[in-house]
Design a protein around this ligand. Structure first.
Ligand SMILES: *Cc1c(COP(=O)(O)O)cnc(C)c1O
Length: 405
């Protein structure tokens, strides 16, 4: 019934009751503040992953914690069956930050992507006039948009897909960074092009200069929605509010998540103009927790913190320093470094071990990072990290890729 030992994953010795869908580094967090995590033995680690960009403002940022505690003292959950005072102000602020009309609040990133796909399909039928059931969405090779059935249906990562079929139809995958392939794939049934402006899980892949502007032009001329998944790249990480801004591109739809929750709770959103999000009517889509008062209070605080550009500026300046320092390692255990702002994908010499091996060595040296796949690791430290801490982390990485044996 349960298959062989090879098919069924063995339990983890240290966490026998936790489903073994992750393989965490052997560091057990007990507390955290700013860019630092303290483990159960009192050892301190510089967090250079930042929960995959969900902790952009550092652990327990005082302003976000204060907003959350204040809201916890009043009302935390009502469901959308009733109004709550903070929802409209949060959505107004987030819409303004995005230069859009409307916000559809959800919880996790995957839910935001699923919701954006539903909205695009509905827009295709109601507005564009696509024949019922015929809508297609163009996606990119190497994408990562979450873990639900429909989302893994258009992944090309065998680990994410194998064993989870049957899959949701209606997606066409073309190579990332190839605008000609997007042009060739668009037909009268195309409702959206969904892409990450910089691919995160794939290894912090920055596309060719003309990619996003050309996709933008194609979507405009062919009446197709451009959906930018900025769940990991957005909200300051790359030195701008949105990664798309590096190419002066404005998508029709943003999906946001991760940092929108201020490192406290899951908050995600689909943000677009009213002619797009307006296709949803009462009862057609929803979420018990989406837009709850606590999420709105935290999300609104995050949006307010991003309003004057200070965090973005900090990510750009410190990011330039990070990339300059990482560049010095190329040829010294490091093959290539990619990224923008405080976001870096680092390919280490395969002979030095996997990305995971290097992350283990880094953890021993007090730096927490995460492999993406193969010999690539990623850095996405909280934006509160200092220049000195960046220097120290890069020094540790230099040692970790030197002391391979
Ligand atoms: C993390 C991520 C998601 C999924 O977010 P979850 O909150 O884990 O569901 C979707 N898209 C991108 C680009 C991501 O990085």
């Amino acid at each position: 019934m349960r298959g062989s030992d090879r098919e069924v994953n063995v339990v983890s010795a240290s966490e026998p009751h936790v489903a073994h869908n992750y393989s965490p580094l052997p560091v057990t967090a007990a507390s955290a503040e700013g860019a630092w995590i303290t483990d159960v033995d009192g050892r301190r680690y510089l967090d250079c992953l930042g929960a995959y960009s969900a902790v952009n403002f550092g652990h327990r940022h005082p302003r976000i914690v204060a907003a959350a505690l204040d809201q916890i003292g009043r009302v935390t959950l009502t469901s959308r069956a009733f109004r709550s005072a903070g929802l409209e102000p949060f959505c107004a602020a987030l819409a303004t930050l995005c230069g859009k009309d409307m916000v559809l609040p959800m919880n996790t990133g995957a839910e935001a992507v699923e919701s954006a796909i539903k909205v695009a399909r509905k827009w295709g039928y109601d507005v564009k006039g696509v024949a019922d059931g015929a809508a297609t969405v163009i996606v990119a090779g190497g994408n990562f948009h979450g873990r639900t059935i429909s989302i893994v249906s258009f992944s090309d990562d065998p680990e994410a897909r194998t064993g989870f079929g049957p899959f949701t139809p209606g997606f066409i995958q073309v190579p990332y960074g190839d605008a000609d392939a997007v042009a060739a794939a668009i037909d009268q049934n195309t409702v959206a092009v969904l892409l990450e402006p910089i691919q995160g899980e794939a290894g912090i892949i920055v596309p060719p200069e003309d990619y996003l502007p050309r996709v933008r032009d194609l979507c405009t001329s062919q009446n197709v929605l451009m959906i930018a998944d900025e769940i990991q790249s957005g909200l300051g990480r790359t030195g701008t509010t949105f990664a798309c801004a590096h190419w002066n591109v404005e998508p029709d739809v943003y999906t946001l998540g991760k940092a929108l929750g201020g490192g406290i709770l899951p908050v995600s959103a689909v943000v677009a103009d009213a002619d797009v999000l307006g296709v949803l009517h009462p009862g057609e889509h929803g979420s018990t927790f989406g837009g709850n008062p606590l999420a709105a209070a935290v999300g609104h605080t995050v949006v307010d913190m991003l309003a004057d550009g200070t965090w973005q500026h900090r990510a750009a300046e410190l990011g330039a320093h990070l990339h300059a320092r990482l560049g010095e390692l190329v040829g010294n255990g490091v093959v290539a470094v990619r990224g923008l702002g405080l976001w870096a994908g680092i390919d280490v010499e395969p002979s030095l071990g996997s990305g995971k091996d290097v992350c283990l060595r880094l953890a021993e040296r007090g730096v927490l990072a995460k492999d993406t796949h193969g010999s690539t690791l990623r850095l996405a430290p909280p934006l509160v990290i200092t220049r000195e801490e960046i220097d120290w982390a890069v020094d540790q990485l230099a040692e970790a890729v030197r002391s391979s044996s």
